[in-house]
Design a binder for this molecule. Structure first.
Ligand code: C5P
Length: 418
């Protein structure tokens, strides 16, 4: 869904990252108007921002305005983003000051406001700044919390503005509906690796892209997301606090079970789990010529994580994947039954593995729906929408089946107005 974003840039070395934010937001299909404080103009020029955004840039003294720039610009915007937001601007907004174009906009706006602070570690940790941040949160302002890292001043610590890619990825979360708010969703993703010796192992071609896209879709839908991942070629989604890296199927099983014990609402098993591992892992590197014949590696079966979770008495809502090289639908049907999974996503490995697009079939008790080829990001949204529908139907069924308490009176059915 394309939006109109008002990007306000305040003074700070991180202003250069705002150029990239404009480019990325436009790439996502949004329109952007840039407003710059006087200090911001010392770091980057309005001409740069005009060229990148394709729109006139609003500055303190710029243009033959009618003095209503702060009203008009904020009324036209779906969201205002201040990036970078300096400690000074944050303090002013927290106290309701409106003494320059940016703070006037923040005060006059009707649209939501998100800020990406950028400052030195000591300035960030200054109790006055932390109080101001808390005040902004109380006022319903979204904070894109800064990262820890090396700073322009040479010091290291919290205060670095989030990278442009992260901000552009997280911004749509602020306007997307939150049907999974309050729900905990656990996902496995990536390619498991089963060691044969200290150097070699058995793995597969899974890139982790589908898992990352699904985690992003769940985060956008408001879920608290937990990730257990094996080897990933794709970048992990940003803004997720609970991330557990593992290598083998056994480690993944243990991590998943630990998380499930804490109470998950849904479990999406996207990981390419190795079905078998070496029965004996050699402690030393296997060498050529040690035996007269080529060595034989004996395999033993790994636990089926998805099935184990789905069979638990109070299992979360489980979503499985059937990546098949032949008879996709038939194999997916069998797998869904065998693993006791309410929603199975089937795809052909030739179309899906390592690709950025996918062609999926959604199988559940009510339907089998084949979707056309689309990006993994889009496919993830379809999967999450179907998962939510089925979770709601299941909750409604459970509520209806619950025995009524003796004092629970049946409400008379209200007659509808003609
Ligand atoms: O049996 P198969 O590997 O084809 O099943 C695929 C589905 O089961 C995927 O959702 C995968 O994440 C999950 N799986 C699992 N543990 C295994 C094997 C597969 O959780 N040992």
């Amino acid at each position: 869904m394309s939006k109109h974003i008002l990007l306000a840039v305040t003074g700070g070395i991180a202003a250069y990252k705002a150029c990239e934010i404009v480019r990325l937001l436009k790439k996502q299909g949004h329109t952007v108007t840039v407003a710059m404080s006087e200090a911001a103009c010392n770091f980057i020029t309005p001409q740069t921002m005009q060229a990148l955004s394709g729109n006139p840039v609003l500055t303190q003294n710029g243009g033959a305005g009618n003095g209503m720039t702060h009203i008009q610009a904020t009324r036209a915007a779906d969201i205002m983003l201040i990036a970078p937001a300096s400690a000074n601007t944050i303090a002013k907004i927290a106290h309701g000051f409106a003494d320059n174009l940016i703070t006037e906009m923040a005060a006059a706006r009707k649209c939501p406001l998100a800020i990406a602070p950028a400052m030195n570690v000591e300035m960030w940790n200054n109790p006055a700044n932390l109080r101001n941040i808390q005040q902004l949160q109380r006022d319903g302002i979204h904070i894109l919390f800064p990262a820890v890292g090396e700073q322009a001043c040479g010091e290291t610590g919290i205060g670095r503005m989030r990278e442009a890619e992260e901000i552009a990825e997280l911004l749509p979360d602020f306007w997307s509906p939150k049907p999974l708010y309050g729900k905990k969703v656990l996902l496995t993703m990536g390619a498991c690796y089963e060691a044969i010796d200290p150097v070699r192992g058995i793995t597969n071609r899974s890139s982790g892209q589908m898992g990352a896209a699904l985690a992003r879709a769940c985060r956008m839908a408001g879920a608290e997301v937990y990730i257990v991942h094996a080897h990933m070629q794709a970048a992990l989604p940003v803004g997720i606090r609970h991330i557990h890296a593992v290598e083998s199927a056994k480690e993944m099983y243990d991590a998943v079970m630990q998380h499930v014990e804490t109470g998950m609402d849904a479990f999406i098993s996207v990981a390419a789990v190795a079905d078998y591992r070496a029965a004996q892992v050699s402690r030393q590197k296997l060498k050529k010529g040690q035996c007269s014949a080529a060595p034989v590696i004996k395999l033993t079966e790994n636990p089926d994580i998805l099935r184990s979770v789905a069979m638990l008495p109070n299992a979360p809502f489980c979503v499985g994947f059937a990546a098949e090289s032949e008879n996709v639908l038939a194999n997916a049907r069998t797998k869904r039954q065998k693993k006791h999974v309410p929603l199975m996503v089937a795809n052909d490995v030739a179309v899906a593995m390592g690709q950025s697009s996918n062609q999926i079939i959604l199988l559940d008790d009510e339907q089998e729906r084949a979707l056309p080829q689309m990006s993994k990001e889009q496919a993830a949204k379809y999967i999450v929408v179907r998962m939510i529908t089925l979770m709601r139907a299941r909750a409604a069924k459970a509520a209806a089946a619950k025995p009524k308490a003796p004092n629970e009176t049946v409400k008379p059915v209200e007659k509808k107005q003609p």
